[in-house]
Every structure is written in C-alpha cells, then in structure tokens.
Design a protein. Structure first.
Length: 107
C-alpha cells in the first residue's frame, strides 16, 4: 500500500477527530487573536487598569494632603502665614525683601 492510501484510510477512520480538532483550533485562534474580547485586548485593558489604579492612589494621597492643609488653615494665624509664604501677601505699610542665595560654584 502506498503512503497516500494509508493516509487516506487513516483519515477516513479518524475524520471526525480531525474535524473537531480543526474547529477547536480555529476557535482558539479566533478567541485569542481576532475577537473583540481577545486575549491581546484583555491584556492591554489590564495594563491600563493598573496604571489608572496607581494614578487613583496618587490622587487620593494628594487629596488627603489638601484636606490636612485645609484643616490647618482653619486657624487665622496659620492662614496668614500660608498666604505670606505661598502667595507673597503682605500687610499694609510693610515691605518684603526676598533674598536669593547663589551657588558660588556654578558661576
């Protein structure tokens, strides 16, 4: 018997396995690479979710710092100090001098 005939007989006996296997292989390729819910898209979305969660944590820390600053600014003296330091506010008839120190090595 030639090789072709042996393969033909083998294929006839196992035809449904080849059919099921090819359908399964096609389904796997479709789901992993071609579908709108593919593995590639899921991995990209998971990376984006991780980045957004890290950004969320950073923003929550910033919000907590702002809440502490607001709580500290409830006192009039601390509010005045904050305005002077951050925004350069001054009282009437007051002169403010800003002193900048230069690094003598960078000249």
């Amino acid at each position: 018997m030639s090789r072709f005939l042996r393969f033909k007989v083998f294929f006839k006996k196992h035809q449904r396995y080849f059919t099921y296997g090819s359908i399964l292989l096609g389904f796997i390729i479709w789901m992993f690479f071609l579908d709108t819910h593919s593995w590639k898209i899921h991995s990209e979305l998971n990376k984006e979710m991780e980045q957004l969660e890290m950004q969320k944590e950073a923003l929550q820390k910033l919000i907590e710092e702002d809440r502490m600053t607001i709580k500290n600014l409830e006192n009039t003296d601390s509010l005045e100090r904050f305005a002077r330091e951050q925004y350069g506010h001054k009282k009437e008839n007051e002169t403010i001098f800003y002193i900048e120190f230069r690094d003598s090595l960078n000249e």
